[in-house]
Design a protein around this ligand. Sequence first.
Ligand code: SF4
Length: 476
Amino acid sequence: MEQITFAPTFAGWQRAARRALARGIAPEAVAWEELGDDQPSLGIFGEEADDSGVDVSAFRVPRSFVALAESVACHRDPRRWGLLYRALWRLTHGEPRLLDLAVDPDVHALEAMEKAVRREVHKMRAFVRFRAVAHEGAEWHVAWFEPEHHIVERNAPFFRDRFAGMRWSILTPDRCAHWDGEHLSITAGVPRSEAPSADAVEGLWRTYYGNIFNPARVKTRAMRKEMPKRYWKNLPETAIIPALLARAPVRVERMIAASDAQVVRPEEWELARPPAGADWDALRDAAHSCRACPLWHDATQTVFGEGPRPAGLMLLGEQPGDQEDRAGHAFVGPAGKLLDAALAEAGIERGGAYLTNVVKHFKWEPRGKRRMHRTPGEREARACRPWLEAELRIVQPRVVVCLGATAATAAFGPGVRVARDRGEFRPSPLAPHTLVTWHPSALLRAPDPDTQARQRAEFVADLRAALRRREETRAA
Ligand code: SF4
């Protein structure tokens, strides 16, 4: 039996395996011995180039094996190295199509490991929670995570791309990943005691989770499957789950009662009540628990406005759609994409305007498995109006563009007609310069390509006019 000592990384194993293969050492004659865990890198970033000097041209393996081996190398089972070498041996000794044999025990075991690693990669992406800490006079975000497999280095580029604007560290017992805004680095693992405890952001997160938690949709078994218990200690929201679950039956009864009451006594609807004098963050948080009209009941969450404050230009839509309701952001669905394209064509940066809706919850009705948009009624728009007025107080737009009939009605009352009145600036209670134009979803529903092209051209022209008016009034 030959003992092969190697760095327990994909690159380390790859070098050792090539040497063993070149020397003709059969799998059953090898004992794989991992070096101590003092290597700075798993080799995925390319620091560990192959320096074995072994001519491997005679040993061709499918690309899929290399990809599989890179993934399996991240598994925590120490038997993975021998398993990989046996598969490598078989691939290069008369079984080039081995990986096609899903029922082969070696292939089956490797694929199970690859699947476990892939799942853990996704879990890490879902369950890492950053906490803000002060570091050298600046804000740094730190997360603690205990991965089941060696996936930190594999996942680090994902977090770099997702949180490019933050400076962060993900600490784990195996490896730590760090992003300083320019460089991604990997260091040795640390004990949990080095991770910060709760921060102020977690309170907000718990409030948010409590607000979007819908007891009528609770499936605890599915919840545990999707959010395994071993991650719970790192997730701020889990601290409140037992209490939410305990209160769930009562809340469901109340929701049913409230729902019934709303059906039979619509006169009991209220006006939304934004906290007086609140700043934008406090308004948005308060809107998340608004129950002034029944629309909250079937929606996932409140979708509040977004954008600079103050802003010379506000775009006002009708209500969040299906995708906005799930994402919690305005104009992210198909209509939002059309709006983005039209804004770009008109020379308006999306981030330069404040985007919001007349009604902050998604109104819909089921059709099969789909949630179909329903136009909010006048009463819902009236109930929600205080949120819009609170936004206007903070954003102070000089120009408001009303996208579609519901927004136009909010500005000019029920007599307005988009097709007739679009493209003209008039003063309204919303802003001194208020313009009506098409809603992007109306363009999506246009009856024929010619109509769509005409409406789109008008839409872009109206947005250009709004941009010009914003600039003119800036100078005034
Ligand atoms: S639609 Fe507006 S008023 Fe109705 S519950 Fe939602 S936020 Fe409140």
